[in-house]
Ligand binder design. Structure first.
Ligand code: ATP
Length: 200
């Protein structure tokens, strides 16, 4: 691909919505979260390393990562979060490199939720950084509506992520998602047109 976009944004900002719109317009899209799920499904390529680092109690009888247990463990302990990320991120990066070659499209979009948090790791993998942005109050409302978490729980997750300001500073392309989905669709169409031009 002549052009690779790193698409990111805070929880509930609208990354998946933008990725789906770009995919529908023909862009090649690879999603770090989807790859992380595959890596930690039964037989997944990260299971052995997770078991070694965290113990067999983190693996379900079916052989998958016990997501609830891991979420609780890393939430309470930054060192554990770091250990998990050091297992997952290199493998996600490798899978993305392998799949990029097999992904059709005039340009490639890598959806990376924690791109700004891990900028040194991802900087060289992408040509541009696109950030989906909306006020934090909207992130909270959207996540609450989707998940059943309460506002304090969403805020606690947001506190583990980069600040809105840090993401905005890292952005080459800022995608405002503070209005309705029709407005997001229009912005995404314009962005796609620009990426097609850049990809030549
Ligand atoms: P996460 O980081 O949690 O995966 P995300 O950044 O991928 O979230 P989405 O899943 O795209 O965000 O959006 C979060 C929720 O908000 C979804 O239910 C989505 O349908 C809704 N949503 C996104 N954008 C808008 C909008 N402009 N207006 C109303 N609802 C929206």
């Amino acid at each position: 691909h002549r052009l690779t976009i790193g698409l990111t944004g805070g929880i509930g900002s609208g990354k998946s919505a933008v990725a789906a719109l770009l995919a529908a317009l023909g862009a090649g899209v690879l999603d770090a979260d989807a790859i992380a799920h595959e890596l930690t499904a039964p037989g997944g390529a990260a299971i052995a390393a997770i078991q070694q680092a965290f113990g067999a109690e983190m693996i379900t009888p079916a052989g998958a990562l016990d997501r609830d247990r891991m979420r609780a463990a890393v939430f309470a302990d930054p060192a554990k979060r770091c250990a998990l990320e050091s297992i997952l991120h290199p493998r996600i990066g490798q899978a993305m490199r392998e799949r990029a070659a097999r992904t059709a499209g005039p340009y490639l979009v890598l959806v990376i939720p924690l791109l700004v948090e891990n900028l040194p790791r991802w900087r060289s993998a992408v040509d541009r950084i696109a950030v989906v942005d909306c006020p934090e109050s909207q992130q909270i409302a959207r996540v609450m509506r989707r998940s059943g978490l309460d506002a304090a729980q969403v805020r606690a997750i947001m506190a583990t992520q980069a600040t809105r300001e840090a993401r905005r500073r890292a952005a080459d392309d800022l995608i405002d998602n503070s209005a309705d989905l029709a407005a997001l669709q229009k912005r995404t169409r314009d962005l796609h047109a620009g990426y097609l031009r850049m990809a030549g």
